[in-house]
Design a protein around this ligand. Structure first.
Ligand SMILES: N[C@@H](CCC(=O)N[C@@H](CS)C(=O)NCC(=O)O)C(=O)O
Length: 203
Protein backbone atom coordinates (compact mmCIF):
# COMPACT_ATOMS: atom_id res chain seq x y z
CA UNK A 1 0.00 0.00 0.00
CA UNK A 2 1.19 3.50 -0.82
CA UNK A 3 2.28 5.84 1.91
CA UNK A 4 -0.65 8.04 2.93
CA UNK A 5 -0.51 11.74 3.84
CA UNK A 6 -3.32 13.47 5.69
CA UNK A 7 -2.88 17.10 4.72
CA UNK A 8 -4.48 20.31 3.55
CA UNK A 9 -3.64 21.89 0.16
CA UNK A 10 -3.11 25.33 1.75
CA UNK A 11 -0.93 24.04 4.60
CA UNK A 12 2.68 25.22 4.56
CA UNK A 13 3.90 22.35 6.76
CA UNK A 14 2.11 19.81 4.57
CA UNK A 15 3.82 21.31 1.54
CA UNK A 16 7.23 20.40 2.96
CA UNK A 17 6.24 16.75 2.68
CA UNK A 18 4.71 17.21 -0.79
CA UNK A 19 8.01 18.73 -1.94
CA UNK A 20 9.95 15.76 -0.56
CA UNK A 21 7.52 13.36 -2.29
CA UNK A 22 8.14 15.18 -5.57
CA UNK A 23 11.92 15.36 -5.16
CA UNK A 24 12.15 11.66 -4.34
CA UNK A 25 9.32 10.65 -6.68
CA UNK A 26 7.59 8.74 -3.90
CA UNK A 27 4.21 7.25 -4.86
CA UNK A 28 1.67 8.39 -2.27
CA UNK A 29 -1.98 8.80 -1.47
CA UNK A 30 -3.29 12.19 -0.33
CA UNK A 31 -6.16 12.51 2.13
CA UNK A 32 -7.52 16.04 2.50
CA UNK A 33 -8.44 16.99 6.07
CA UNK A 34 -11.32 19.46 5.82
CA UNK A 35 -9.90 22.12 8.11
CA UNK A 36 -12.56 24.67 7.21
CA UNK A 37 -15.10 22.23 8.69
CA UNK A 38 -12.69 21.73 11.65
CA UNK A 39 -12.33 18.01 10.98
CA UNK A 40 -8.75 18.25 12.31
CA UNK A 41 -10.17 18.99 15.77
CA UNK A 42 -12.59 16.05 15.77
CA UNK A 43 -12.59 12.29 15.78
CA UNK A 44 -11.52 10.25 13.90
CA UNK A 45 -8.63 12.59 13.02
CA UNK A 46 -7.71 13.20 16.66
CA UNK A 47 -7.12 9.49 17.14
CA UNK A 48 -4.52 9.71 14.42
CA UNK A 49 -2.95 12.99 15.55
CA UNK A 50 -4.06 14.09 19.04
CA UNK A 51 -2.60 17.57 18.42
CA UNK A 52 -5.13 18.15 15.66
CA UNK A 53 -2.62 19.43 13.13
CA UNK A 54 -1.60 18.50 9.60
CA UNK A 55 0.40 16.85 8.12
CA UNK A 56 0.17 13.29 9.45
CA UNK A 57 1.76 10.37 7.63
CA UNK A 58 0.56 6.78 7.72
CA UNK A 59 2.34 3.73 6.40
CA UNK A 60 1.32 0.14 7.17
CA UNK A 61 -0.17 1.16 10.52
CA UNK A 62 2.79 3.37 11.43
CA UNK A 63 1.65 6.93 12.19
CA UNK A 64 3.94 9.95 12.26
CA UNK A 65 3.30 13.66 12.68
CA UNK A 66 5.49 16.77 12.76
CA UNK A 67 6.68 17.67 9.28
CA UNK A 68 10.41 17.61 10.16
CA UNK A 69 10.10 14.10 11.62
CA UNK A 70 8.24 13.03 8.48
CA UNK A 71 10.99 14.46 6.27
CA UNK A 72 13.62 12.56 8.26
CA UNK A 73 11.59 9.35 8.00
CA UNK A 74 11.28 9.70 4.23
CA UNK A 75 15.03 10.25 3.99
CA UNK A 76 15.77 7.21 6.16
CA UNK A 77 13.40 4.92 4.29
CA UNK A 78 13.86 6.29 0.76
CA UNK A 79 17.41 7.62 0.63
CA UNK A 80 17.57 8.32 -3.10
CA UNK A 81 18.07 10.95 -4.30
CA UNK A 82 19.75 12.03 -1.05
CA UNK A 83 18.40 15.11 0.69
CA UNK A 84 21.01 14.86 3.44
CA UNK A 85 24.78 15.11 3.22
CA UNK A 86 26.64 11.84 3.85
CA UNK A 87 28.95 13.10 6.60
CA UNK A 88 28.15 13.65 10.28
CA UNK A 89 28.87 17.38 10.25
CA UNK A 90 26.77 18.00 7.18
CA UNK A 91 23.88 16.05 8.71
CA UNK A 92 24.21 17.95 11.96
CA UNK A 93 24.11 21.25 10.09
CA UNK A 94 20.94 20.19 8.26
CA UNK A 95 19.36 19.28 11.62
CA UNK A 96 20.40 22.64 13.04
CA UNK A 97 18.93 24.59 10.13
CA UNK A 98 15.68 22.59 10.22
CA UNK A 99 15.30 23.37 13.90
CA UNK A 100 16.21 27.03 13.45
CA UNK A 101 13.68 27.32 10.65
CA UNK A 102 10.90 26.34 13.04
CA UNK A 103 12.21 28.28 16.04
CA UNK A 104 13.17 31.50 14.31
CA UNK A 105 10.93 31.69 11.26
CA UNK A 106 7.86 29.51 11.01
CA UNK A 107 6.30 30.21 14.38
CA UNK A 108 6.49 33.93 13.60
CA UNK A 109 5.30 33.35 10.04
CA UNK A 110 2.27 31.47 11.41
CA UNK A 111 1.40 34.54 13.50
CA UNK A 112 1.18 36.62 10.32
CA UNK A 113 -0.01 34.09 7.77
CA UNK A 114 -2.99 32.62 9.54
CA UNK A 115 -4.82 35.96 9.90
CA UNK A 116 -3.58 37.32 6.58
CA UNK A 117 -4.70 34.28 4.60
CA UNK A 118 -7.79 33.22 6.49
CA UNK A 119 -9.24 35.97 8.71
CA UNK A 120 -11.00 39.23 7.86
CA UNK A 121 -8.89 42.39 8.36
CA UNK A 122 -10.78 43.44 11.50
CA UNK A 123 -9.62 40.29 13.32
CA UNK A 124 -5.90 40.92 12.75
CA UNK A 125 -3.77 41.84 15.77
CA UNK A 126 -1.44 44.43 14.24
CA UNK A 127 0.91 44.75 17.22
CA UNK A 128 1.52 41.00 17.45
CA UNK A 129 1.93 40.72 13.68
CA UNK A 130 4.42 43.60 13.55
CA UNK A 131 6.51 42.00 16.31
CA UNK A 132 6.49 38.72 14.35
CA UNK A 133 7.63 40.54 11.21
CA UNK A 134 10.54 42.12 13.11
CA UNK A 135 11.58 38.71 14.43
CA UNK A 136 11.51 37.27 10.90
CA UNK A 137 13.61 40.13 9.54
CA UNK A 138 16.16 39.58 12.28
CA UNK A 139 16.41 35.88 11.45
CA UNK A 140 16.70 36.50 7.71
CA UNK A 141 19.58 38.92 8.35
CA UNK A 142 21.45 36.09 10.12
CA UNK A 143 20.53 33.63 7.37
CA UNK A 144 21.78 36.09 4.77
CA UNK A 145 25.31 35.87 6.17
CA UNK A 146 25.16 32.06 6.00
CA UNK A 147 23.91 32.12 2.41
CA UNK A 148 26.33 34.68 0.98
CA UNK A 149 28.29 32.85 -1.74
CA UNK A 150 26.28 29.63 -1.33
CA UNK A 151 23.55 28.04 -3.44
CA UNK A 152 22.06 25.96 -0.61
CA UNK A 153 22.09 26.12 3.17
CA UNK A 154 24.42 23.16 3.70
CA UNK A 155 27.28 21.53 1.78
CA UNK A 156 26.31 23.01 -1.59
CA UNK A 157 23.65 20.31 -1.78
CA UNK A 158 19.87 20.72 -1.87
CA UNK A 159 18.68 19.24 1.42
CA UNK A 160 15.84 18.85 3.89
CA UNK A 161 16.97 22.16 5.40
CA UNK A 162 16.13 24.02 2.18
CA UNK A 163 12.83 22.15 1.92
CA UNK A 164 11.81 23.29 5.41
CA UNK A 165 12.12 26.90 4.32
CA UNK A 166 10.53 26.68 0.87
CA UNK A 167 6.81 26.92 1.74
CA UNK A 168 7.50 29.89 3.99
CA UNK A 169 9.76 31.72 1.52
CA UNK A 170 6.80 31.63 -0.85
CA UNK A 171 4.91 33.92 1.52
CA UNK A 172 7.56 36.58 2.19
CA UNK A 173 5.75 39.03 -0.15
CA UNK A 174 2.40 38.39 1.59
CA UNK A 175 4.11 39.00 4.94
CA UNK A 176 5.55 42.21 3.43
CA UNK A 177 9.05 41.01 4.31
CA UNK A 178 11.71 42.14 1.84
CA UNK A 179 14.46 39.50 1.99
CA UNK A 180 18.11 40.54 2.10
CA UNK A 181 20.06 39.87 -1.09
CA UNK A 182 21.46 36.36 -0.56
CA UNK A 183 18.16 35.15 0.89
CA UNK A 184 16.31 36.61 -2.11
CA UNK A 185 18.58 34.82 -4.61
CA UNK A 186 18.37 31.52 -2.70
CA UNK A 187 14.61 31.81 -2.39
CA UNK A 188 14.07 32.55 -6.07
CA UNK A 189 16.26 29.61 -7.03
CA UNK A 190 14.49 27.17 -4.65
CA UNK A 191 11.00 28.27 -5.64
CA UNK A 192 11.82 27.65 -9.30
CA UNK A 193 12.47 23.93 -8.67
CA UNK A 194 9.89 21.66 -10.32
CA UNK A 195 8.92 20.32 -6.87
CA UNK A 196 8.06 23.85 -5.76
CA UNK A 197 6.17 24.72 -8.94
CA UNK A 198 4.16 21.48 -8.78
CA UNK A 199 3.12 22.07 -5.16
CA UNK A 200 2.48 25.82 -5.20
CA UNK A 201 -0.77 26.57 -3.33
CA UNK A 202 -3.55 28.57 -4.96
CA UNK A 203 -3.80 30.99 -2.05
N1 LIG B 1 5.02 21.65 13.95
C1 LIG B 1 3.98 21.15 13.08
C2 LIG B 1 3.10 22.31 12.67
C3 LIG B 1 1.90 21.84 11.88
C4 LIG B 1 0.84 22.92 11.80
O1 LIG B 1 0.80 23.86 12.60
N2 LIG B 1 -0.06 22.77 10.81
C5 LIG B 1 -1.13 23.69 10.67
C6 LIG B 1 -1.54 23.83 9.23
S1 LIG B 1 -0.25 24.56 8.25
C7 LIG B 1 -2.32 23.15 11.43
O2 LIG B 1 -2.60 21.97 11.37
N3 LIG B 1 -3.04 24.03 12.15
C8 LIG B 1 -4.23 23.66 12.82
C9 LIG B 1 -4.24 24.00 14.26
O3 LIG B 1 -3.17 24.30 14.83
O4 LIG B 1 -5.35 23.97 14.81
C10 LIG B 1 4.63 20.45 11.87
O5 LIG B 1 5.80 20.78 11.56
O6 LIG B 1 4.00 19.57 11.26
Amino acid sequence: MDIKLHYHPLSTYSRRVLIAFAEKQIPHELVVVDMAARRHREQPYLSLNPYGRVPTLEEDGFVLFESTAILNYLEATRPGPPLMPADARGRALVDMHMKLCDLQLTRHADTILFPTRFLPRERWNDAVMTAAKTAIEKHLAILDKRLAGRTYLVAEQFSLADICYMPFLEFLPLMEVVPPKAVAIWSEHLLARPSAVATRPEK
